[in-house]
Design a binder for this molecule. Structure first.
Ligand code: CA
Length: 228
């Protein structure tokens, strides 16, 4: 899945140019023209990176960057600030507000894309490569394969992360909120019910191997992965 870049820019021509370059690079472009529409976008579709114009009508880019940093769901999203200002003082102010990088208009699309790529690489969520084994299940993060008693199991990306978390944290009960934080990450706005949906899918995938019982519902508390 390609990374989602939210472009917050009020000038239509620049917004269009940015969206064009982002899309050409194989990434997904989301657009907003001010802070309010940026928040709307973020709530429905959390971006992997935000390109933020300094001068926005209403709430400024600097203030929006501060708001993003203060919210637990958005505090880790990398921000590249775009500005016509080139003064050192403004650069410092932009970075202090919470931006991770800073690019001055007019910019070369190539340089901008290189900065975006570098930022995305730096912020990719780490998953250790070691193969994990528990109770007849074997999961390899590097090859993205899971086997149950040596038979391959097909899992979606979320079920894969969920199972990886369970296998590395067996025999403990986790609430839905804890699972959301651990597996989905705090940058995501999802309801607790989402956890139940993925738990169900995980059980369905484990059922042919007779291992669905390892994913246990603990009434009133959450879920536990048990190999006993
Ligand atoms: Ca502007």
């Amino acid at each position: 899945m390609s990374a989602k870049i939210l472009i917050v820019e009020d000038e239509p021509a620049i917004q269009e140019l940015l969206a064009f370059n982002v899309t050409q690079a194989g990434l997904q472009a989301l657009c907003a023209e001010d802070a309010d529409s940026a928040w709307q976008q973020i709530r429905s579709n959390v971006p992997d990176l935000i390109l933020l114009d300094w001068m926005l009508p209403g709430i400024s880019g600097v203030t929006l960057a501060k708001q993003l940093r203060a919210d637990m769901h958005t505090k880790d999203i990398p921000i590249i600030m775009l500005t016509a200002r080139g003064e050192e003082r403004d650069k410092v102010l932009g970075l202090e507000s919470g931006a991770d990088d800073y690019i001055t208009k007019p910019f070369s699309p190539r340089e901008l894309m290189a900065r975006i790529r570098a930022m995305l690489r730096r912020h990719a969520p780490p998953m250790p490569d070691e193969v994990v084994a528990a109770g007849g299940l074997e999961l390899s993060p590097a090859s993205h394969r899971v086997t149950a008693k040596n038979a391959a199991i097909e899992l979606g990306p979320t079920e894969f992360r969920l199972l990886h978390f369970f296998m590395t944290h067996a025999e403990r009960v986790y609430s839905r909120t804890q699972l959301l934080d651990q597996v989905w990450g705090t940058q995501v706005f999802v309801e607790e019910r989402t956890v139940d949906v993925h738990i169900r899918r995980l059980r369905v995938a484990l059922e042919p191997a007779g291992m669905d019982g390892m994913v246990q519902t603990v009434r009133g508390s959450g879920y536990r992965f048990s190999i006993n």
